[in-house]
Unconditional design. Structure first.
Length: 370
């Protein structure tokens, strides 16, 4: 055994009397297994004893050649993927040596995490001593790329450990095994709202979340800029076409508004002319009515009777007769103005003829009165 164990060689060489006190409390069964391997190169390994023999081999320094460390390590790697929970439970009485020598407990937990078989971790975790759990947690800190499972283990241990209430300092030492940058956003939010977590750790988690948010915003901005740079020619042409169509539509709308304003201006001018024409027509009508009233008004002189005889001057019949005679004479004059081909030389409207007749009637009335 001395030739295969550096620990025994260091303590037994040149010494006649020596009390063996290995750094691990090895049971008689485990020592018998180690001795059997040293003399026969054979050892009976099972999921329940591989952790103890592997730890004993490390502490005794059995690492040279085809050593017990190599044999137990090969068996551990083959069995940990199948019976990790059994190996993990066998590691508990060997802590912290099982973890400090070969990281056996943390490797079992890592295998269970990869296999998504963490349901049985609860009973194992809460049974650890605070110092042992802290040792395992620090090992997992380096082994796990994501600390969500480690956070759940820490949270469970702080709430339900079987070794009494932990001090604030113990809680902080255990929480220091967590790397907040390796926690998901959902886990950080849960951590910030968790009342069992130390206040200093919560502040750290808040700062990390704030930093992650800033990085996410910056990354999104960079991605948007890269996407804009990688935009295709087709997208550029589509945007250019859309801009030109928008400009054309705006120009057409401006032209339409200008035409509408012009039409409104013309309409106001036409309305003004129409009102002026109506006022002029109304004024002419008033003049005509006043003239007609004056032509039919007769004032009797001194010594004359105010009664107007039928057909006499100033009577309605006399005025009507006189007006008919004037119109007839005007018609005769117009008929005489036509040439042989029937083309009129002078064209007058009925209104002009009517006004001219009234003027002549006024002249005749005035001359008769004089």
């Amino acid at each position: 055994m001395i030739s295969q164990s550096s620990y025994l060689k260091r303590h037994l060489t040149g010494v006649s009397n020596f009390t063996l006190s290995p750094p691990l409390n090895i049971t008689p069964e485990m020592f018998a297994a180690v001795a059997e391997f040293c003399y026969s190169r054979k050892v009976q390994l099972t999921p329940s004893n591989v952790a103890a023999i592997r730890t004993a081999a490390e502490l005794l320094g059995m690492t040279e050649g085809e050593s017990l460390c190599d044999v137990t390590e090969a068996y551990f790697e083959s069995v940990v993927g199948v019976d990790a929970s059994i190996v993990l439970r066998s590691c508990l009485p060997l802590l912290p040596d099982a973890e400090t020598t070969a990281s056996l407990a943390s490797r079992c937990i890592e295998a269970m995490v990869w296999d998504d078989d963490v349901g049985c971790l609860n009973d194992v975790v809460v049974g650890m001593e605070p110092q042992d759990f802290q040792t395992v947690a620090y090992s997992l800190n380096k082994r796990l790329p994501n600390h969500d499972v480690l956070y759940k283990m820490v949270d469970l241990y702080l709430k339900e450990n079987k070794h009494g209430k932990l001090t604030e300092e113990q809680k902080m030492e255990i929480c220091n095994s967590l790397d907040c940058t390796k926690l998901s956003s959902e886990t950080i939010v849960n951590c910030v709202q968790n009342p069992v977590m130390p206040l200093r750790f919560i502040v750290r988690a808040i700062l990390v979340e704030h930093l992650n948010t800033r990085r996410s915003v910056a990354a999104a901005t960079i991605i948007d800029a890269q996407q804009m740079e990688r935009s295709s020619l087709r997208d550029f042409l589509q945007r250019d076409t859309a801009r030109r169509e928008t400009a054309q539509l705006k120009e057409a709308m401006d032209s339409t508004c200008s035409r509408i304003k012009s039409l409104e201006k013309e309409l106001r001018g036409m309305r003004k002319i129409l009102l002026e024409h109506e006022a002029e027509e109304e004024e002419k009508g008033n003049v005509l009515n006043s003239a007609r009233s004056a032509s039919f008004h007769f004032v009797a002189g001194e010594g004359e009777s105010s009664k107007i005889e039928r057909g006499g001057r100033g009577s309605v019949s006399s005025s009507g007769f006189l007006l008919d005679r004037i119109i007839t004479s005007r018609n005769d004059e117009e008929e005489s103005t036509h040439d042989g081909s029937g083309t009129p030389k002078t064209t007058r409207t009925f209104r002009h003829r009517f006004v001219s007749g009234l003027k002549n009637a006024f002249r005749i009335s005035n001359s008769a009165s004089n």
